[in-house]
Design a protein around this ligand. Structure first.
Ligand SMILES: C[S@@+](CC[C@H](N)C(=O)[O-])C[C@H]1O[C@@H](n2cnc3c(N)ncnc32)[C@H](O)[C@@H]1O
Length: 303
């Protein structure tokens, strides 16, 4: 069997199984099985596929047809321009989460007309390291992206899933960041509260989080790939989907430095409620839309 025929068979099989973006999925799996890029696949349609590569490829195609996400089969996903290792047990990083990085970087920038409270400027002046926390780090996509963008930052990341933490650590090592990011198997910001194992890490300049935000009632409406294959603890957030925001905000109030920023990803329609949870003690609250026009990131500054 040659490359063209292998691809055609896979596309047909995935289309019959109603796999979304079936052409792209077939291409990505073939690239992975042959360890070749897209240009090579299209430049060598007549090349014979070895028996073992074909067997591996069609085994993956079958799993994809059965609902396993492509990224769990190839073991990778791009986020913020770099490749992250992923696997069952960790949420696959989503493009909309890149807006969390964008907003966080914006919050760290010195303003054109600096005010006394301007955080990064103060830090620059006194030559101090920026201190950043990522809550519910998953694959560590946010922590790694921020660490690479802000070389003077020191980072901490929390996560309750041991499987996710193993992948997060792997991604930190992959980008040589294991000395700059400390991982904790812990809930929300608890390690940094008074009496916590890392209470001295606080106060922080920036807290980012993409917490679970799917309401129980919405779970059944999720695409099969998500519902059956991605970790439930990465998705579900009680009856309303808002379960994590209140304790996260209350804890953030205790560990953020004055003028420190909180940047939260939210689910569709949740921005007004999350905004309302930011009561007294927060200023400069803003909501950022994603590329689909959905209000996706709520951010605010601690007074
Ligand atoms: C929506 S996923 C986000 C993962 C990653 N930050 C991303 O953006 O791709 C939420 C993550 O929070 C973790 N999580 C759930 N409850 C948590 C808790 N109480 N404390 C810390 N992490 C938690 C889940 O295991 C999951 O990895």
């Amino acid at each position: 069997m040659n490359v063209r025929t292998a691809l055609q068979h896979a596309v047909a099989q995935l289309e019959t199984a109603r796999v979304p973006s079936h052409g792209l999925a077939a291409e990505l799996l073939l690239q992975h099985a042959l360890e070749r890029d897209r240009a090579w696949i299209y430049g060598h349609p007549e090349e014979e596929v070895t028996e073992s590569a074909a067997e591996y490829f069609f085994r993956m195609v079958e799993k994809r047809a059965g609902g396993t996400p492509t990224q769990y089969l190839t073991g990778k996903q791009e986020f913020w321009g770099i490749e992250f290792s992923v696997g069952p047990g960790v949420l696959i990083p989503r493009p909309e989460t890149e807006h969390v990085v964008e907003v966080a970087l914006e919050r760290l920038k010195p303003k054109r007309q600096p005010q006394k409270s301007d955080l990064s400027l103060r830090r620059e002046r006194v030559g101090r390291t920026l201190r950043i926390v990522d809550v519910g780090t998953g694959s560590a996509c946010l922590a790694v992206a921020l660490a690479r963008e802000v070389p003077q930052a020191r980072l901490w990341a929390t996560e309750i899933s041991r499987a996710a933490l193993a992948i997060a650590w792997h991604n930190a090592v992959r980008y040589d960041l294991e000395d700059r990011i400390d991982f904790f198997e812990a809930s929300l910001l608890t390690p940094f509260l008074i009496g916590g194992e890392a209470e001295n890490a606080a106060p922080f300049d920036l807290i980012v989080s993409n917490p679970p935000y799917v309401a129980l009632s919405e779970f059944e409406d999720l695409p099969r790939e998500l519902r059956e294959h991605e970790p439930r603890e990465a998705l579900l957030a009680g009856e309303t989907g808002l379960e994590f925001y209140r304790p996260l905000i209350r804890q953030a109030e205790k560990v953020l430095a004055p003028a420190g920023a909180l940047v939260l990803e939210v689910g569709s329609g949740q921005a007004p409620e999350v905004r309302a949870l930011l009561g007294l003690g927060w200023c400069d609250i803003s909501v950022t839309n994603d590329l689909a026009g959905v209000q996706r990131v709520v951010s605010a500054v601690r007074e």
